[in-house]
Design a protein around this ligand. Structure first.
Ligand code: GRF
Length: 223
């Protein structure tokens, strides 16, 4: 029996390069998934434009049109629920998601964050890495829980910070590695190998004690 494609809802607020990476991997037959909707708080963002260009279902709800944060969450996430995604991928969704909406999709929501969590949750991760004098930088895919940029860590990509690097250089080097990390991690979900719980994740039924690491060939070591 073949595994049905994993249905994905992608949440994004920005340029949408991670969305594009997922779509490219699907189109290339490298990711057994289907994007069933792209959702945003920014109607004019690049991600929505990319989604439209691919003929994907899009919903953008501006917070300006909602009475408060809870009303915005409710408006956007009822649209997410309507497409019944197997997995929700936050790919540069820049709004904090209220606990009620996170719980509604518990076990079905992941986020990609441009730091080696638990270091540097929140914004300006590249600059903070430079300011701290870290020797390594990277990105993390993790399960979403109500606390910001927390939740069980699933996979990371790491690389060396080089002498002379600034925040812009780190961001530039990280982006293609982020894309590969997101695609590889989504692939584990597509193969139905991951289960998310509030305080841990299971891979093939075994508790992940540390995030999987992406190697240079874009394979997750140990997976
Ligand atoms: C990425 O760096 C992601 O890790 C962060 O926001 C950025 C989104 O980039 N959360 P894009 O919109 O996918 O190009």
């Amino acid at each position: 029996m073949t595994t049905p494609p994993l249905t994905l809802a992608v949440l994004a607020s920005g340029r949408g390069s991670n969305l594009q990476a997922l779509q490219d991997a699907i189109a290339a037959g490298a990711l057994g998934a289907r994007i069933v909707g792209v959702f945003s708080d920014k109607p004019a963002c690049g991600a929505i434009a990319i989604a439209r260009a691919h003929g994907l279902h899009t919903v953008a709800v501006s917070p300006r049109d909602c009475a408060n944060r809870a009303a915005h969450d409710e408006a956007l996430f009822s649209e997410v629920a309507a497409v019944q995604p197997d997995l929700i991928v936050c790919a540069g969704y820049m709004r904090i998601i209220g606990a009620a909406s996170v719980r509604r999709f518990e076990g079905r929501m992941i986020n990609i964050h441009p730091s080696l969590l638990p270091k540097y949750p929140g914004l300006d991760t590249h600059a903070r890495t430079i300011a701290a004098g870290d020797r390594e930088h990277g990105a993390t895919v993790h399960a979403v829980i109500p606390e910001l940029d927390a939740g069980p860590l699933l996979a990371q990509v790491r690389f060396a910070v080089l002498p002379g690097d600034d925040a812009a250089a780190l961001a530039r080097r990280l982006l293609p590695r982020e894309h590969a990390l997101l695609v590889a991690t989504a692939g584990l979900f597509a193969q139905r190998r991951v289960q998310l719980h509030a305080d841990h994740a299971l891979l093939d039924g075994r508790r992940l004690s540390a995030p999987l690491l992406l190697d240079a060939a874009n394979h997750l070591i140990g997976a």
